[in-house]
Design a protein around this ligand. Structure first.
Ligand SMILES: [Zn+2]
Length: 119
């Protein structure tokens, strides 16, 4: 069921809302995701809103520099990113481990992406 979820970085400088059913949660083994431990769900960009700290996040680019990762400069938590999917349409990639309104162990990855070899 699609619902509006809330989330934030650890220190609270950045907060967001995302409309998602949280059905698909991706774990990726690329050099960045594996190190940081993010689990991502993808939504159209209009289903994601920064509610606090717009412009605060530090942008981080690597590899092909196509995915824009946004990281809190104070606590170091990556809340979200933006990148184009296979169809070329830009999506928001939300770190579901930053959600504050779900029981942490109730959300687990539903799929794995071999980013280490495919990105
Ligand atoms: Zn923070």
């Amino acid at each position: 069921m699609t619902a509006t979820h809330t989330g934030s970085c650890h220190c609270g400088a950045i907060a967001f809302e995302v409309e998602s059913d949280l059905k698909d949660v991706m774990e990726c083994n690329c050099s960045h995701c594996f190190r940081t431990g993010v689990w991502l769900t993808f939504v159209p960009t209009d289903k994601f809103r920064i509610t606090k700290g717009e412009g605060v996040a530090q942008e981080y680019l690597f590899n092909t520099r196509k995915i824009r990762h946004f990281i809190c400069p104070t606590c170091g938590v990556e809340t979200h990113g933006f990148g184009a999917g296979p169809d070329g349409v830009e999506n928001a990639a939300v770190n579901v481990r930053c959600l504050t309104d779900v029981e942490p162990f109730s959300v687990t990855p539903t799929m794995r992406f071999d980013g280490l070899h495919k990105l």
